[in-house]
Design a protein around this ligand. Structure first.
Ligand SMILES: [Zn+2]
Length: 114
């Protein structure tokens, strides 16, 4: 019998919001993508996304997928600014649902308990 090696991550939505300045990049309010496991999923209506904005978001997303301590700032802070200092775009990260994965389907390394 295979050991229970399930773990959960949150599926995320990242959505463009207007800030207090005009947006100077190609962002459009409401553009979004989803983070499901290791994958970024772009819906047809949001088929493109700034690689510069993505560079600001990528370090945050794996942490936002995982359960966090209630006092951890990474849990409360959900809005990331565009890295262009002249751009007013903001990107809101929202947890959508928990998603179950199996360790053995994500890596060939043994679990820490093995
Ligand atoms: Zn921008």
């Amino acid at each position: 019998m295979q050991p229970d090696d399930r773990f959960t991550l949150y599926d995320l939505q990242v959505e463009v919001e207007a800030g207090d300045k005009p947006m100077v990049c190609s962002h459009r309010v409401g553009d979004r993508f989803y983070v499901i496991g290791e994958n970024l999923v772009f819906p047809p209506e949001s088929a493109s996304f700034s690689m510069y904005a993505l560079s600001a978001l990528l370090p945050i997303l794996p942490a936002k997928q995982r359960p966090l301590h209630p006092n951890d700032w990474m849990l409360s802070d959900c809005v990331i600014a565009c890295p262009d200092p002249n751009c007013g775009a903001r990107f809101r990260i929202t947890r959508l649902r928990e998603h179950s994965f199996r360790h053995s389907e994500c890596t060939v390394e043994p679990t820490k308990g093995d």
